[in-house]
Design a protein around this ligand. Structure first.
Ligand code: ACO
Length: 326
């Protein structure tokens, strides 16, 4: 069995900045409400770029950071809930653009936990020796599935992508992983796909639009509990405690969720990395963007311990305990 480590990161957000004041012109909301209830000041919005365009840019940066090219990659996994097309996958589109000709490519969907799930899957491929280098991407253009008439949700989301290159080798980078799902609470967060509709049906169904529907209160309660459980479970049996961890990198959904968890875990809020003020909730991309930002800012030193923790639609959750080896 090989060890697996993160050897490069990248991210990309569209250039268009949408402020809370911009949203006041679309729905009945205001800057004060959005900032105090969510922590979001701005978010980025695609002006036409699709999910694979965002994914490609993050991937190129991550490859550069890892000092690799597409030819070195033998696995590409993209976590997303906003694919360009049902087929081909975003991963296959990225493959063709970076010339990763020997790679196996597929997308996965695990709501906002997508990037954590994808890292965990890639780790299994690399540990067994099946692959040597993997490109894991979280990418979303949520603005295509946002209900722009629903003030409860449209103020929360943004577009963006982040990527990490994983390598199998001698250095233990990903120390531990933990994931879980609870399908019987799937109703709390939903984006409909194409409805069943064919000439052999008794009644032709109306094709409901694919827009985000969320029960914010239930997700809030779920998130505050499951983040703590995910931290506890991923660290168990590693020989480390939360005191050894320099940063927690949580899914960026709401600053109040993170403040609550920081308080409950008796940790200084500064040890929870946050950039939700700039980008809003970018679902599968949020943890990947945050990790890349920390890498670029030089916040991470060799052998620092970091925990990535995600939660989202499904419901799903998960965490990754990392020894930073770059
Ligand atoms: N502007 C102004 N007022 C608003 C807005 C808005 N954008 N949205 C809701 N309100 C109003 C409501 O209508 C309500 O008014 P009322 O009291 O007259 O009925 C009032 O504000 C309070 O609404 P609540 O829903 O109780 O507000 P809450 O404090 O719960 O905040 C929020 C809502 C921000 C959605 C919060 O519940 C939350 O963050 N939940 C978690 C959501 C989340 O984490 N989602 C992502 C996880 S999964 C994923 O990332 C895909």
């Amino acid at each position: 069995m090989s060890y697996v480590s993160i050897v490069g990161t990248g991210s990309y957000v569209p250039t268009k900045v949408v402020t809370n004041n911009d949203l006041e012109k679309i729905v009945d909301t205001n800057d004060e409400w959005i900032k105090t209830r969510t922590g979001i000041h701005t978010r980025r919005m695609s002006e036409g770029e699709n999910t694979s365009d965002l994914a490609l840019k993050a991937a190129e940066e991550a490859l550069k950071d890892a000092d690799m090219s597409g030819e070195d990659i033998d696995l590409i996994i993209v976590a997303t809930v906003t694919q360009d097309t049902f087929t081909p996958s975003v991963a296959c589109i990225v493959q063709s653009k970076i010339g990763a000709n020997k790679a196996t490519c597929f997308d996965i969907t695990a709501g906002c936990t997508g990037f954590v799930y994808a890292l965990n899957i890639a780790k299994q491929f690399l540990e067994t020796g099946k692959c040597k280098n993997a490109l894991v991407i979280g990418a979303e253009v949520l603005s295509k599935v946002t209900n722009w008439e629903d003030r409860n949700t449209c103020v929360l989301f943004g577009d963006g992508s982040g990527a990490a290159v994983l390598r199998a080798g001698e250095q233990e980078g990903i120390i531990s992983t933990y994931t879980g799902s609870k399908g019987d609470e799937n109703r709390y967060l939903e984006i409909k796909a194409v409805q069943v509709n064919n000439p052999f049906m008794q009644e032709i169904s109306n094709n409901n639009p694919s827009l985000i529907k969320m029960n914010g209160k239930e997700i809030f309660k779920f998130a505050t509990k499951i983040i703590r459980k995910s931290l506890k479970n991923v660290i168990e049996d590693t020989g480390y405690s939360l005191d050894d961890v320099k940063y927690i990198v949580p899914h960026q959904a709401n600053h109040r969720i993170i403040e609550h968890v920081a308080h409950k875990t008796n940790m200084d809020i500064d040890r929870y990395y946050m950039n939700i003020d700039k980008y809003g909730n970018t679902s599968s991309a949020s943890i990947a963007i945050a990790l890349d930002e920390m890498n670029k800012k030089g916040l991470l030193e060799k052998n620092d311990k970091v925990i990535l923790v995600g939660f989202g639609g499904g419901l799903t959750w998960g965490s990754i305990f990392i020894n930073w080896v770059k």
